[in-house]
Design a protein around this ligand. Structure first.
Ligand SMILES: [Zn+2]
Length: 152
């Protein structure tokens, strides 16, 4: 592990570091995980260099440990995200994001006539492909592909 990497992950005593977030989706990840409303200390870096993504973002949340279902929500926009679980300044565990089978209340249906776009109905999709991500609406059966995904 090089010195720079160690610095990035060891800045918090206990908590979670989410790495490899595409830079343009940093604030959407913050919103999806509810970090804009949580009382924990949240710090982030954006537009860091990444061989994988070009530009990436990293988020550090003190004293917060996510459930897999919570973190998997970000798979639509940050499929390469990696989590470092930090305990006593050390990486205690590493996790990768997995795409869930169902996506509820995160993305919009691209069909303007879909009930979820007309009435106050929570969106619900079945994931029919994970790479690239492809969603099938539970209500109107319209397919929403990666290019057309919009986060609620
Ligand atoms: Zn729909």
């Amino acid at each position: 592990m090089n010195a720079k990497k160690e610095l990035q992950v060891s800045a918090i005593q206990n908590g979670t570091v989410i790495d490899h977030i595409p830079a343009e989706y940093l604030f959407q990840v913050i919103t999806i995980l509810g970090l804009d409303k949580c009382g924990n200390s949240v710090t982030f870096g954006n537009n860091l260099e990444s061989k994988l993504l070009g530009r990436k973002a990293i988020i550090k949340i003190s004293e917060k440990f996510f459930k897999d279902e919570e973190i998997n929500k970000i798979s639509l926009i940050a499929p390469h995200a990696k989590l470092n679980i930090i305990r006593d300044y050390k990486v205690a565990e590493k996790k990768i994001v997995e795409t869930p089978k169902k996506v509820v209340g995160i993305a919009r249906c691209m069909n303007p006539k879909c009930i979820t776009n007309v009435e106050a109905v929570t969106t619900r999709f079945h994931v029919i492909n994970t790479s690239p991500i492809t969603l099938k609406c539970h209500y109107c059966e319209k397919i929403t592909d990666l290019k057309n995904i919009r986060i609620v």
